[in-house]
Design a protein around this ligand. Structure first.
Ligand code: GRF
Length: 220
């Protein structure tokens, strides 16, 4: 692949992870650029973020399609027409089927607000609090047809503090997400982490960010 990798970013909501990717792509030495942002929710603030960054953005409301297959076909067509090579799910609240994934083999990434395989699915932060874990975090993984089950590219850990409620823990994890997603995308598009026999194999050592676990004042 020559030049910068072309990303398609799929969103449904606020798009703060999209913003982190847009900010990374604004740096001249970053190996990717955002070619298209698609939201299945027409009112998503993420679309505003894309337009502000001067990036092509469109809404594809899944509710206006007769079937999931029709929606995913239109989505894949839009991404391909924009020259997208890698698809990044960033708060995209739809599961993608095998037909869609086959169009971008091994090139669909997702970010999830837990240390997978713990707490897949909705309300991961609430699940973590209810279970009483002391370390939480986020994961970027290759997408397979399961729910948050694909091979793990990179993870970042944060502490769960006494007195945390769902909002406080979510905010701490989200800050880690904003560091992790650009890093993981870079690892994937440069081939530093690649899929081999259904596992993500790294040629650059462990892709772990535990900076958030250090005590304040402790040297990095
Ligand atoms: C993030 O916590 C992400 O991990 C999850 O949905 C949230 C999206 O937030 N999949 P944003 O839209 O990127 O601000």
């Amino acid at each position: 692949m020559s030049g910068r990798a072309k990303l398609g970013v799929l969103v449904s909501g606020s798009g703060s992870n999209l913003q982190a990717l847009l900010d990374a792509c604004a740096r001249a030495d970053y190996p990717a650029e955002v070619a298209l942002v698609v939201s299945n929710v027409p009112t998503a603030f993420a679309l505003e973020r894309a337009r502000t960054a001067g990036v092509a953005a469109r809404a594809l409301d899944h509710k206006t399609f007769g079937s999931r297959a029709d929606f995913e076909k239109a989505l894949g067509d839009a991404l391909e027409a924009a020259g997208v090579e890698w698809v990044c799910l960033a708060g995209f609240m739809r599961l993608l089927g095998a037909d869609f994934l086959r169009r971008f083999p091994g090139r669909v990434l997702n970010i999830h607000p837990s240390l997978l395989p713990a707490f897949p699915g909705l309300h991961a932060q609430r699940q973590a609090l209810e279970r009483g874990v002391k370390v939480a975090g986020c994961t970027v993984h290759f997408v397979d047809p399961g729910m948050d089950t694909g091979p793990i590219i990179a993870q970042a850990a944060v502490p769960v503090l006494s007195g945390d409620d769902e909002a406080a823990l979510s905010a701490r994890i989200l800050a880690a997400e904003h560091r992790l997603y650009p890093l993981a995308v870079k690892l994937a598009v440069t081939g530093a982490v690649r899929l081999e026999n259904g596992r993500a194999v790294s040629s650059v050592g462990p892709s772990v960010d535990a900076a958030g676990l250090r005590n304040p004042g402790e040297p990095g």
